[in-house]
Design a protein around this ligand. Structure first.
Ligand code: URA
Ligand code: SF4
Length: 265
């Protein structure tokens, strides 16, 4: 863990004035984000905060162009036609993941839902809308981060990933992370958190506290991980407490990456 991140660990329990936090519009009741009087924070703030400074990544061995082509090759030659587990029989689209191949920040979810299966894109349904708002609240755009899942195909009925499905798909996620080599990974919910950290400890205990990746791939050991709630869980329990905790976790990430949280508009 870097010096900076250990400082953050000590700061993690600061009390929060949730609704007054700058940039926290996504915390307000969901409907308000749809109100044209209160537009979603657009990407402008992200470009002012971020244009000059791409998110730093760790121990880079590949150039951004090489990362882009390595990811594209992995997708085209293996993942897009994968039949390594039974989920290939029921899927409509494989959801590889998308975003900046050289992103310093990667979000890892659970697996595609109905909207993702229909489009082939990660986090585009209602949970995806919330995740997008969360990313905007951090002063970033979806294109500046990378978004993917533990499973690349939808489990029927959105059931939890089965262990053998996770095992079958695991190598794809590891190779994505080995190519991208982000500074920080945000794990969304239990399956992403427990699999990447190789732990049985639950998200309620782990969230808000910096963790580090175990040695699960080349160059991956020690990468900082911030576990937080899955957006679907936040939608189901849309309380100030749950939203405040998730926002708190994301703020720690913005600090670690040296980003400025945009002012409220
Ligand atoms: N939930 C996830 O975990 N991933 C998605 O891509 C969409 C919803
Ligand atoms: Fe292959 Fe993963 Fe899809 Fe299973 S979930 S078929 S392992 S890409």
């Amino acid at each position: 863990m870097t010096q900076d991140s250990s400082k953050l660990v000590n700061n993690v329990r600061r009390p929060l004035a949730i609704e007054s936090l700058p940039g926290s519009d996504w915390l307000l009741p969901f409907e308000r984000n749809k109100n044209p009087q209160l537009p979603l924070q657009p990407a402008e703030h992200a470009s002012t905060a971020m244009a000059a400074a791409p998110l730093p990544t760790v121990g880079d061995t590949l150039s951004p162009e090489e990362k882009a082509s390595a990811l594209a090759r992995l997708n085209q030659s293996e993942v897009s036609s994968c039949q390594k587990c039974p989920l290939h029989q029921t899927r409509n689209h494989v959801v590889f993941g998308e975003g900046d191949p050289a992103a310093g920040l990667v979000f890892v979810g659970e697996g595609p839902g109905a909207d993702e299966d229909a489009t082939g894109k990660p986090f585009v349904g209602r949970a995806g809308e919330l995740l997008t708002n969360m990313i905007h609240a951090m002063g970033l755009d979806r294109q500046q981060v990378f978004i993917c899942n533990i499973l690349k195909c939808r489990p029927p009925g959105n059931r939890n990933p089965a262990p053998e499905e996770v095992r079958a798909c695991w190598n794809y996620l590891i190779r994505q992370l080995e190519i991208i080599r982000p500074r920080v990974i945000v794990t969304l919910g239990n399956p992403a958190t427990q699999n990447l950290l190789q732990t049985q400890v639950g998200i309620t205990k782990l969230r808000g506290n910096w963790q580090q990746l175990p040695d699960i791939g080349k160059g991956l050991a020690g990468i900082l991980v911030m576990p937080t709630f899955h957006p679907s869980y936040i939608l189901r329990r849309y309380t100030p407490e749950i939203r405040g905790k998730a926002w708190f976790d994301l703020q720690a990430v913005t600090q670690e990456l040296g980003l400025t949280i945009p002012k409220k508009i």
